[in-house]
Write a protein that binds this ligand. Structure first.
Ligand SMILES: Nc1ncnc2c1ncn2[C@@H]1O[C@H](COP(=O)(O)OP(=O)(O)O)[C@@H](O)[C@H]1O
Ligand SMILES: [Mg+2]
Length: 418
């Protein structure tokens, strides 16, 4: 049985369960350079997901199977375990501080002391339906002196750590894990997709100076603020580029599929990009009657939603006191929604900081152009994270089990029947 095999030698797979798509990349880490070479990938739309939450396990599992199998075919290799990216507004983050007294006479800090202080930062009141996904250290303090990056080997009597905690709804997380298990794959570790994308898109300088990563997905938007070299704030907003598709479908009285095509082929998010007012041929809601829409009409429907999306980002940054942190490095955009022409210009105008599209760093990722698209940035981040998992071990839980091939076939047969 295919799934009973292990990953091929030196192969890693990143499986991004997005807000409405399942995306998979298979890569091979280069031991000498540390970069990951992308061997194959695939991204499939999935109606079994809504805003990062599984609403139909059979549909979602079949999308996972399809995404991984297409990636396997291109990579000419098979995988059995995946690094799993998750997103959606069931994830909630906040900062906390942990403290640990070094009671020994030598007071020299060991790796075990660092583990203990990071562990102490997990102590937060959490309702029984939620769990901690990540404890990301932001910086250590020794005897109240902040800004110590590597405390091991130094001396102090009080070791403290500031951390960024990412929590998830246990039920939603379990349903994602079950979906992947149903598709027949083992989960190495669930990872917040935004943090993974940040590993390959935000440079160490930008993280140090202060910047914000904005991942504009289909039904969810992630905000990640970096400052002093660490993630300081993260948030999932329940809005995304699918809202633009829906506005177009309603405004133009056409189907979602036609609206999506118009958006992807012709959409513009800023008036400076309007070049003439050529008509776009399309079909009415019945899928047959031909009609035509002017570029300016289409833009008139898109712009208010784009403005709303980035105004929500600006308000959220303002309300979280992060607006001042991001000014030096500006904003980095990614996610499928960032592909629309004029998105950078619109974001720049509304956020009032320099904005660029995120490009995976070539020292970290070697890939054909098509895998460098913002659609794949979370999966690329997962590949990179797998080579040096810095916030893992905290919550590693391999609950996904391999399923025999016949079970997977049976599940997809059932899905076809209903
Ligand atoms: N070329 C494009 N122009 C405009 N929007 C796009 C383009 N390609 C993808 N999108 C939009 O990106 C969104 C999906 O983003 P993606 O990051 O793949 O999803 P997820 O939220 O699942 O992570 C969809 O709304 C899709 O319409
Ligand atoms: Mg995405």
């Amino acid at each position: 049985m295919k799934r009973m095999r292990r990953n091929g030698p030196e192969l890693v797979a990143g499986l991004d369960i997005g807000s409405g798509r399942v995306t998979c990349l298979i890569g091979s880490p280069d031991g000498a350079t540390g970069a990951v070479k992308v061997l194959g990938g695939s991204s499939v739309a999935c109606r079994g997901l809504k805003g990062g939450v599984v609403i139909n396990i059979l549909e979602a599992a079949s999308a996972v199977t399809r995404a991984v199998e297409e990636a396997e075919a291109q990579a000419k290799a098979t995988v059995s375990s995946v690094w799993l990216g998750v997103r959606g507004s069931h994830l909630q983050s906040f900062n906390n501080r942990g403290a640990y007294n070094i009671a020994r006479t030598d007071r020299e800090i060991t790796a075990a002391d660092v583990d203990a202080v990071v562990s102490s930062a997990r102590a937060i009141p959490l309702s029984s339906d939620r769990e901690i996904l990540h404890v990301v250290p932001q910086g250590f303090s020794l005897d109240r002196q902040r800004g110590v990056p590597h405390p091991v080997g130094m001396e102090a009597s009080l070791l403290e750590v500031d951390v960024h905690l990412v929590t998830a709804s246990s039920a939603h997380l379990n349903n994602i894990m079950k979906t992947v298990a149903q598709a027949g794959f083992e989960v190495v570790e669930p990872v917040y997709g935004l943090l993974a994308a940040g590993e390959v898109l935000v440079t160490p300088e930008e993280k140090e100076l202060g910047s914000v990563l904005v991942d504009l997905g289909g039904q969810s938007l992630s905000i990640g603020v970096y400052s002093e070299g660490a993630i300081k704030y993260s948030k999932e907003l329940s809005i995304g580029s699918d809202f633009i598709t829906r506005d177009l479908a309603v405004g133009l009285k056409t189907s979602i599929a036609t609206a999506e095509r118009i958006k992807v082929e012709h959409g513009i998010a800023h008036p400076s990009l309007l070049d003439g007012d050529a008509p776009i041929d399309c079909r009415a809601i019945d899928g047959r009657t031909p009609m035509s829409v002017n570029m300016s009409t289409m833009m008139g429907i898109i712009l208010p939603r784009v403005e709303e999306i980035f105004s929500l980002v600006a308000d959220d940054l303002h309300n979280s006191d992060c607006a001042d942190l991001i000014a030096p490095g500006g904003a980095i955009l990614t996610g499928g929604g960032s592909l629309m022409k004029g998105t950078v210009e619109a974001a720049q105008q509304i956020l009032g900081v320099p904005v660029r599209r995120g490009v995976p760093h070539p020292d970290l990722i070697q890939a054909e152009e098509k895998w460098l698209s913002p659609v794949y940035s979370t999966a690329l981040g997962l590949l990179q994270h797998s080579t040096s998992p810095r916030w893992s071990g905290v919550n590693t839980r391999v609950v996904a089990r391999k399923r025999p091939l016949w079970m997977r076939k049976f599940a997809s047969m059932l899905e076809e029947l209903f």
